[in-house]
Design a binder for this molecule. Sequence first.
Ligand code: E4P
Length: 228
Amino acid sequence: MKIYLDTANLNEIREAARWGILSGVTTNPSLLAKEEGADFQDTIRTIAGLVDGPISAEAVSEDADGMVREGREFAAWHPNVIVKVPCTAAGLEAVARLKEDGIRCNVTLIFNANQALMAALAGAFVVSPFIGRLDDISQDGTDLIREIAAIFEQDHDIETQILAASIRHPRHVIESALAGAHIATCPLRVLKQGLTHPLTDRGIERFLSDWRAREATRTPAAAGAGSE
Ligand code: E4P
């Protein structure tokens, strides 16, 4: 499974990009609104220069004509731009029309398998089930991923990928992978949590203290011989 970063914050993207784990980035209007004063187009172009993979930019029109107009504009910014549209009738129409132009779409705000199936049939490049927001209302977000994966797997004409979104904690990443998601888009905080383990920290401490103790007991001559 691939990992995308779910943010519009350039410093966060720079940081995670240095780890060599990122395959893409997703943004949305709420994430962009947090970056005060940042220009939308500049932000997306800068992200595309930092991460070599799909970068989702979301349309805010509510009708298909508006989404298609926005989508064509975003796609002209960089070849890696993916146009994000909500899972509505207008969104599906926009996906079908943008696909005719060779423009890829991420159908977002997916909360049931019917929505995912229809988005895939309309020609979505990826669908984004929001598993954290489902968990918030006491439904199992991972079950939704499992259902979508089973449906897509038995229809060999569907090439749409499943992008697990609204990830709240590292367990969501693993559960999404096991349920059949192709990608998980995560906040940096979740990636850092997933990377950390107290036994790793304790292990590093012990290795370093053992090494320092060994160095302290060695004679200068032995230490010199050992370094050759
Ligand atoms: C995905 O593309 C969305 O930007 C995101 O995962 C939404 O997550 P939230 O529920 O934490 O807002």
